[in-house]
Design a protein around this ligand. Structure first.
Ligand code: XMP
Length: 516
């Protein structure tokens, strides 16, 4: 069996979004890869045992004084290197080429003529469409480089070094607008780096299960369940690894969506027969939130109450030494939590560091190396139902941050009913998997209406539905009017105390996905 370490490709991060997309594309070709900091020393690269190195694009110009640079010694290791956009410019500059501001900045589609159909462009047509996004370009290369492809304005759209295994692409093969990009990346991985491409999630699951068994021995592991896909996959994986040594805790804070606690309980007691501890804590959370309207204060009190409930329950579980968490790869990169990982911390993610260190458990994070889509596939392999695998993300503070203003039992009930209708109708229109997050928000506003002959003065519900790749940016979903109409009619007819529904058409940025 190929192990993760046998076939590893490293993606050097010169500007995070590009690096992540490249990493996903590589893994889609069943080659394991990791994102590393752009200046990872050559000797560390050797020790990591990489079969190929990819230098990502990035927003800087190589000739700027503080431009990020890689260790030049990586080019002498004999490991194939592929520079993409900024990565190519950086590689060419180190190896004797010249980079300057392009006469015409190129953003968007370009047509590229392939002049060498070996290796990188094996089985790729002579004329291809590519996606360019650059202000600079390599203007001249020393005699050591060959041009492999060109566009009208870019004489070195792709290059290869004559003696070193170093390649460069000025365009972005990782984006869908470069239709042959997957093949080109695949050629680099398979033809140039000789990767077999046998990395499978199934193997990953088995290796992880073995590792967990070894590490845990006879010990007991606690896993917090939230109803979301990440914690459910962790619990399912651990159940396969250690079965009866796993105890799960679900804190029912009264802020969950309709039917959510019940479906988690069903799944983790009837299907996976885990030792599930449900902490019924609605009263405690409502008391902690009474009279509050500040979003930050709501979050703080909820966090505090959660830690209290969780640790009290955990203390009742005899002999627990380990705590399992559903931390994902993007969380790890974004929080700067890897010794070799990217230098810049983009955003401290909500999910990292959820429980305080004083809880004194050893952490088990079996999903640390996976992207969200991989976690979903893993969940399917482990036998989790579609309903859990595809559930839209839900914030830790739950409905409290969607109940703008004061959080009361009655307002939560109104919101829960309206939210269930939004989700039901989006599912009925077969749009649940196409949208990334859809929900209702209860506003602290009342408006005038007429129902029958009477005037009403009742609540306003906002409907929010967004499409997003990574939740760092998002566009509002262009839902069909017919779906919006059904949602609105049903909420107004079925949810007592609501007489108006509005649709949120703000993108992120500048708006956030949640309202609070
Ligand atoms: P925003 O509102 O920042 O949300 O655009 C981005 C993503 O993060 C989720 N979110 C949270 N998740 N605790 C969480 O676990 C939180 O406090 C929290 N706030 C926002 C949000 O639902 C979206 O998916």
């Amino acid at each position: 069996m190929t192990t993760v370490a046998d076939e590893k490709v490293l993606v050097f991060d010169f500007g995070s979004q590009y690096a992540r997309l490249i990493a996903r594309r590589i893994r889609e070709q069943q080659v394991y890869c990791e994102i590393v900091r752009h200046d990872l020393p050559a000797e560390r690269v050797l020790r990591l045992g990489a079969k190929g190195l990819i230098l990502s694009g990035g927003p800087a110009s190589v000739y700027e004084e503080r431009a990020p640079k890689c260790d030049p010694a990586i080019f002498g290791l004999g490991i194939p290197v592929l520079g993409i956009c900024y990565g190519m410019q950086s590689a060419c500059e180190v190896l004797g080429g010249r980079v300057a501001s392009a006469p015409a900045r190129e953003y968007g589609r370009a047509f590229c003529r392939v002049v060498d159909q070996d290796e990188l462009f094996l089985d790729v047509p002579e004329q291809i469409q590519v996606w360019m996004s650059h202000g600079d370009q390599v203007t001249s290369v020393c005699q050591d480089f060959l041009a492999l492809a060109q566009t009208e304005t870019c004489p070195y759209a792709a290059v290869r070094h004559r003696t070193l295994p170093v390649y460069g692409l000025q365009f972005h093969p990782e984006v869908t607008h470069t239709p042959w990009g997957t093949r080109i990346l695949g050629n680099f991985l398979k033809t140039v780096c000789h990767c077999a491409g046998t990395w499978k999630l199934g193997d990953f699951a088995q290796q992880t299960i073995d590792q967990v068994r070894q590490r845990v021995g006879e010990g007991r592991v606690i896993c917090g369940l939230s109803g979301g896909v990440d914690s459910s996959v962790v619990a399912a994986l651990l159940w396969q690894a250690i079965g009866p040594q796993l105890s799960c805790i679900l804190v029912d804070n009264g802020l969950l969506r309709k039917g959510e606690a019940a479906s988690v309980i069903e799944e983790f007691t009837n299907h996976f027969k885990t030792d599930l501890h449900v902490v019924r804590a609605e009263e405690k959370f409502l008391a902690a939130l009474a009279g509050l309207t500040s979003p930050q204060e709501k979050r703080r009190r909820i966090g505090h109450a959660f830690v209290e409930c969780f640790s009290q329950e955990a203390a009742r579980i005899q002999g627990a030494r380990f705590l399992a968490q559903g931390t994902l790869y993007p969380d790890v990169i974004e929080s700067g939590g890897l010794p070799d990982g990217p230098a810049a911390t983009i955003k401290l993610h909500h999910n990292v560091g959820g429980l305080p260190e004083e809880l004194d458990f050893e952490l088990i994070e079996p999903l640390r190396d996976l992207f969200k889509d991989e976690v979903r596939r893993l969940g399917a392999e482990l036998g989790l139902p579609e309903e859990i695998i595809w559930r839209h993300p839900f914030p830790g503070p739950g409905l409290a941050v969607r109940c703008v203003g004061e959080v009361t039992r009655e307002r939560l009930e109104t919101l829960r009913e309206a939210d269930a209708i939004v989700v039901e109708e989006i599912k009925a229109a077969d749009l649940y998997r196409k949208t990334s997050q859809a929900f209702a928000v209860l506003l602290p506003v009342q408006s005038v209406g007429v129902m029958g002959d009477a005037r009403t003065y009742a609540d306003v519900v906002a409907v929010r539905s967004i499409d997003s790749e990574d939740f760092m940016t998002a566009d509002w979903s262009h839902l069909p009017y017919s779906v919006l109409a059904r949602i609105s009619t049903r909420i107004i007819n079925e949810v007592k105390g609501v007489n108006r529904v509005v649709y949120d058409i703000s993108s992120k940025p500048p708006a956030t996905i949640e309202w609070e």
